[in-house]
Ligand binder design. Structure first.
Ligand SMILES: *Cc1c(COP(=O)(O)O)cnc(C)c1O
Length: 459
């Protein structure tokens, strides 16, 4: 019989060795999927394998195919690392193995979500009574927030979407900007609302209020705005959008996957002016808050609509009364059984504190500005965005050179950034979202980029 303590100690050593390697290892592995297949594959064992052996062999076989996403040199997509306290709390959540759907499945898991809710609404400057759901990511946060929106705007015209569904329902007008994130469309699709009415965005990807005004009509309406466009980091003009939403009696939903954290900094707070006037908000903890995957958050100004859209009744469950003292998480999220994700978010906020979070956000934004300034000195580089936050978007004069430089940077392995298409041409994007990224990592990114850019001649 194996010793569970020994197994967990050994596993902790393996995990620590990986975390320690993040400073040095190539950011993206040179790996062949067939080799991974060979190392990880083989027939299903007929007989049990001792846990030590399973873990040792898994760690060894997976190692060559790991991406150093938690490294301060990873600038792709919008990816955070794992703060030590959040990583450790996430381990505890796994060891505790609570079924965090119900208060009865783990009182501490339930209460920690409520405490975290209070901290978050204060940090983000949202209405104090806003309700919360801890989900897998912004994708499911959209599903939850927009389900609350759908329930609310239809209830206002006397239609109970929970009981009657959408067949025969009054039409719901959903409006979103041209540069909304793809997850908004999928959430709407899952909710049976179809694709949104799309209105124009400007060169930075910000929804144009005049275009929104023209798209508005009568009847149940949901407006999807964005705080932080995924390529440029640009913010939709929330004060104007909130005015229009108010006039139209529309529900305003804000995608703040990473951008919402601008709210914690006095330097960047202006970018989210008007945020508190929205009806629902979504964000990720696994991006800029540097909590391990998977961790997203939805907040809602109308707890009764949020709960009505999500609540579930099963006779064997112990139900709360909708109050804040005893809260069953199943009533606020699409999941039923679920892991206790609140612990890691709580630990991240507690370990950073208000000042640490502000410093993290500002340091990342300073890093983005530093990178942008340095690369614009290089021959042929065109900066495409106003670097208002932590994102930098740039390209060369031709798609070919842009693609080739990106490929070489990625292959080089010292840093990693990702590509996109912006207004019809290829571009490279840099996202500074990791708690360990400082000037040294930014300078390394500049150096790695400049080196390969010099190798690829302009056409
Ligand atoms: C990342 C992102 C999403 C999707 O978030 P997930 O956590 O991957 O589901 C949505 N909107 C924006 C603006 C994002 O950056």
């Amino acid at each position: 019989m194996s010793d569970p303590r020994e197994l967990l100690r050994r596993t902790a050593d393996l995990a620590a060795a990986y975390v320690e390697s993040l400073g040095e290892r190539p950011v993206f592995p040179h790996v062949d999927p067939d080799d991974l297949r060979e190392a990880l594959g083989g027939p299903l064992p007929e007989e049990p394998v001792p846990p030590e052996e399973v873990v040792e062999e898994l760690a060894a076989a997976a190692e060559p195919g790991l991406v150093a996403m938690g490294s301060g040199r990873y600038f792709g997509f919008v990816i955070g690392g794992a703060l030590p306290a959040a990583l450790a709390a996430d381990w505890l959540a796994t060891a505790w193995d609570q079924n965090a759907g119900l208060y009865a499945g783990g009182p501490s898991a339930s209460v920690v979500e409520q405490v975290t809710r209070e901290w978050l609404v204060e940090l983000l400057g949202l209405p104090a009574e806003s309700s919360i759901g801890f989900v897998t990511g912004t994708q499911m946060a959209h599903v939850t927030g927009l389900a609350a929106a759908r329930w609310h705007v239809l209830d206002a015209v006397g239609w109970d979407v929970g009981a009657q569904g959408l067949n025969g329902a009054p039409p719901v007008l959903v409006i979103a900007g041209e540069k909304r994130h793809a997850t908004v469309d999928r959430a709407l699709r899952l909710l049976g609302l179809g694709l949104p009415t799309v209105v124009a965005a400007d060169s930075q990807g910000r929804l144009v209020p005049d275009a929104l005004r023209e798209a508005l009509g009568d009847g149940p309406t949901i407006i999807c705005a964005q705080a932080g466009e995924v390529n440029t980091g640009a913010f939709d003009p929330l004060p104007e959008i909130a005015d229009l939403a108010e006039q139209a009696g529309a529900w305003l939903h804000v995608d703040g996957a990473f951008g919402i954290w601008a709210a914690v900094s006095p330097r960047f707070r202006d970018l989210v002016a008007g945020l508190e006037r929205a009806d629902s908000w979504t964000t990720d903890a696994h991006k800029w808050l540097n909590v391990p995957y998977d961790s997203g958050i939805v907040l809602c100004k109308h707890p009764e609509s949020h709960r009505a859209a999500m609540t579930v009744a099963a006779s064997y469950l112990i139900q709360d009364e909708g109050g804040q003292r005893v809260r069953d998480q199943v009533d606020w999220v699409p999941e039923f059984s679920r892991r206790a994700r609140g612990f890691a978010v709580y630990a991240a906020l507690r370990s950073l504190g208000r000042s640490g979070l502000q410093e993290l956000v500002e340091r990342c934004c300073d890093g983005a500005a530093r990178f942008a300034e340095a690369i614009t000195e290089l021959e042929g580089v065109e900066l495409l965005n106003d670097v208002v936050l932590n994102q930098v978007l740039f390209r060369f004069e031709s798609d070919e050179r842009t693609d080739e430089v990106l490929r070489l940077v990625q292959e080089n392995g010292r840093v990693w950034m990702s590509g996109t298409t912006w207004d019809g041409s290829k571009a490279i994007r840099l996202s500074v979202s990791n708690w360990q990224t400082g000037d040294a990592e930014i300078d390394l990114a500049v150096e790695a980029f400049a080196q390969v850019a010099g190798q690829v001649p302009a056409r």
